[in-house]
Each structure stands twice: as C-alpha cells, then as structure tokens.
Design a protein around this ligand. Structure first.
Ligand code: FAD
Ligand code: MG
Length: 350
C-alpha cells in the first residue's frame, strides 16, 4: 500500500512538471507613468515568476533620475548644465558618452536641424509645461530679442567634448560647456529608454516577446505566440484618437513619432508646438504634421523622428535613407509619403 502511494505521488509530480514545461506563455500587461509620459507594456513570458514589468518601469525611472532630468540634482544632464561656464569638465557615463557621440554626429548629418543644446530656448518656450497644464493663464511667445540672445548661447560647438580612455569602461567623454550652454536630451530620452529595455529583454530568457510603449516611442521584440506580426498604430495628426494606419512588424523594431499635435499650446489663433527649429528658435514649420521612423534601435528612431520633422519631407527622406531607416511623413494637408521599405510595413486604415 505504501509503495502504491509513492508511485502515485511520483506520477502526480511528473504530470505537474510536464504541465509547467508545456504551459502556454503568460501574457502580462501594465499601464504606468514615468518620465512625464505613459508606459504601456504587453509581454509574453514563459515563466510567471519574473517581475519583468516592474523591473522595466524601474529602469525607465532610473534613466530619468540618473541621466535625463534637467531638474533633479541626481542626473547627469543637471550636472553638465551646472558645469556650464565654470571651466570644470563634466565626465559622462559610458552610456551617455556613446549617446552624445551619436547625437553630435546626427547634428552634423542633419545640418544642425537636430540639436541637443537647445535647452535654453526650449525652457524659454516651456511648451511641455503648458501642454501638461502645469502652467496656466495667457501664453506669451518669447520675443524676438530674447530668442536671438538665447540662440546665441546654443550650439554643439559650445560643448567642447574631450575623449578620455577609462581602463574599466573604455572611451568616455568629458564636456566643458560654455556659459549658458544647456543640454536637453528630450528628443532622445524615450529612445534611450527603449534601448535600455531592449537590453533587459535580451538578457531575460523568460521573455518570449512583447511590446513596450514609452509615450510616442514603441519597442517590438521577439515573437507573438500565434506567429502573427506586432501591430503599431500611427495616429492621425488631425484626430490622434484615431489611427490612420498600422505598421506590421516582425521581431525587433523601434518606432518613434514626432508630431505637432501632442505637446502644444494654442494662443491668438496660433499653435505653438515643442519641436523647435534651431535656425530660428521657433516651433518648426516645415509643412509636416508628423514623422514616424522605424529603426533597429531606439536612439536612432527617436532622434531621426525629431530631425526629419524639422527638415521637412524632402531633406528628411534623404536623412532617413542615409541612416537606412524607414520613414513615414504626414503633411499638413494629410498627404502621406514614405520610404519604399515603409510601404511594406504600413497599411492605411479606411
Ligand atoms: P521629440 O520630437 O522626440 O522631442 C522633442 C523635445 O526635444 C522637445 O520637447 C525639446 O525638449 C527637444 N527639442 C526640440 N527641438 C529639438 C531639436 N530641433 N533638436 C533636438 N531636440 C529638440 N525630458 C527630459 O529629457 N528631461 C526632463 O527633465 C524632462 N522633464 C519634463 C517635465 C515635464 C513636466 C514634462 C511634461 C516633460 C518633461 N520631459 C523631460 C520630456 C520632454 O520635455 C519632452 O516632452 C519629451 O522628451 C518629448 O518627446 P517627444 O517624443 O514627444 O518629442
Ligand atoms: Mg525624438
């Protein structure tokens, strides 16, 4: 009798273990806020134990606190901006050194349309705070003289980067920003977040696939359990609650959209949005309502969506082709233009 119970127990245990191995992937979904925007996660996991969504959220919050914030004293951007005019160098982390190298190259390749030193001008407009309802009352656009003075203090030539070789982590940058120079990585922050998330997912064998959206930037990763592609909606700039089309994406992609319809303030019949033309210091007016870039990494998709928005359709297309990414442009009259590769990914909705 005793032997019989032992055998039954072994059988039950074996069945349970087999059941675990063949268990269907678990779908985990979450919606949170971080970095002043909405984070939506939709992951398929082979093991339910991992607190994957919580760890990803933590990673995004760390990025804001340790690197991107221009208000928190704990961040690298804050420290760099504090160093401006002091003659003291600000040493960057390995991650930020690489990001800055790429940003400076993008500034060059975009003919200055993309410029992470626009901080002073961006704070003058402060469109993000107006759009978020943090500032109320009558919006006043900065006057021409103030803008001209602020613009004179912007420009990557005022950062004076120097490379140092660190025995442990390799190449690092030290910046010696001039008086008034103010770094603003808002145009690549969400892309940087996607790159960190991608690294985390790649390290976790329990993650089979999923999508993570950080505001206007979306990462797709791995496979959907049913084998169908991931779908990423492209908002209609005239009515962002509706999608004008869908991208069908297999495996790893980073998709970023920059548009004049998300963060803006209206005053005197004018719409002032948050993407600035470094040549004028004013909201970019290139005839576009939005640009979507699909690339293999987040920094590139985010930076290029901003750069192409400022450049307009023709020059934007050239830049997208130079970087070998897919791009979709929505003009103010609603016309859509895209790279040939994007035509294979995009389906318009009726
Ligand atoms: P994108 O097109 O990717 O970027 C636009 C942003 O990039 C602008 O808001 C401006 O900051 C900057 N920018 C504008 N024109 C150019 C240009 N030609 N070239 C390069 N950059 C340009 N982000 C931070 O990084 N640090 C913060 O401390 C921070 N605090 C915030 C506080 C509040 C209350 C809010 C609402 C937002 C904050 N953000 C911060 C987010 C940031 O201000 C932008 O709103 C966000 O990065 C825009 O991302 P996007 O993808 O919509 O636009
Ligand atoms: Mg961007």
């Amino acid at each position: 009798m005793k032997q019989f119970f032992v055998w039954v127990s072994v059988l039950v245990m074996s069945l349970l273990l087999c059941g675990c191995e063949n268990r269907a992937p678990e779908r985990v979904q979450s919606v949170d806020t971080a970095m002043g925007t909405v984070i939506q996660q939709n992951l398929y996991l082979s093991q339910s134990s991992a607190n994957c969504t919580g760890e990803i959220l933590e990673l995004i919050r760390e990025l804001e606190e340790d690197t991107l914030s221009w208000r928190l004293e704990t961040s690298e951007v804050y420290r760099i901006n504090q160093a401006a005019g002091s003659g003291q160098g600000a040493e960057l982390s390995e991650e930020l050194s690489q990001v800055m190298e790429r940003c400076l190259k993008l500034t060059e390749d975009s003919g200055g349309a993309f410029d992470v030193t626009l901080g002073l001008v961006a704070r003058l407009w402060d469109i993000d705070s107006w759009a978020a309802g943090l500032r109320t009352g009558e919006f006043q656009a900065p006057d021409e003289q103030t803008l001209t003075q602020a613009l004179a203090l912007c420009g990557s030539h005022r950062l004076h980067p120097e490379s140092v070789t660190d025995a442990e982590s390799g190449l690092k940058l030290v910046l010696y920003p001039e008086e008034g120079a103010m770094l603003d990585l808002g145009a690549v922050g969400k892309g940087m977040a996607l790159d960190r998330i991608l690294e985390k997912l790649q390290e976790d064998p329990g993650v089979l696939g999923g999508t993570v959206s950080v505001g206007g930037s979306v990462l797709t990763y791995g496979m959907r359990p049913d084998g169908t592609p991931w779908r990423v909606g492209i908002a209609d700039p005239d009515d962002p609650s509706v999608n004008l089309g869908l991208l069908s994406l297999e495996g790893q992609w980073c998709v970023s959209t920059s548009g004049d319809y998300e963060r803006y303030v209206e005053s005197g019949g004018m719409r002032y949005h948050h993407i600035l033309n470094p040549a004028t210091g004013r909201p970019a007016d290139s005839g576009l309502s939005s640009v979507t870039i699909a690339a293999k990494d987040g920094l590139l998709s985010d930076a290029l969506s901003t750069a192409c928005f400022v450049l307009g359709r023709e020059k934007g297309l050239e830049l997208a082709e130079q970087y070998n990414v897919e791009a979709l442009f929505v003009e103010r009259d609603g016309e859509i233009f895209m790279t040939t590769g994007m035509e294979e990914l995009f389906q318009a909705l009726p």
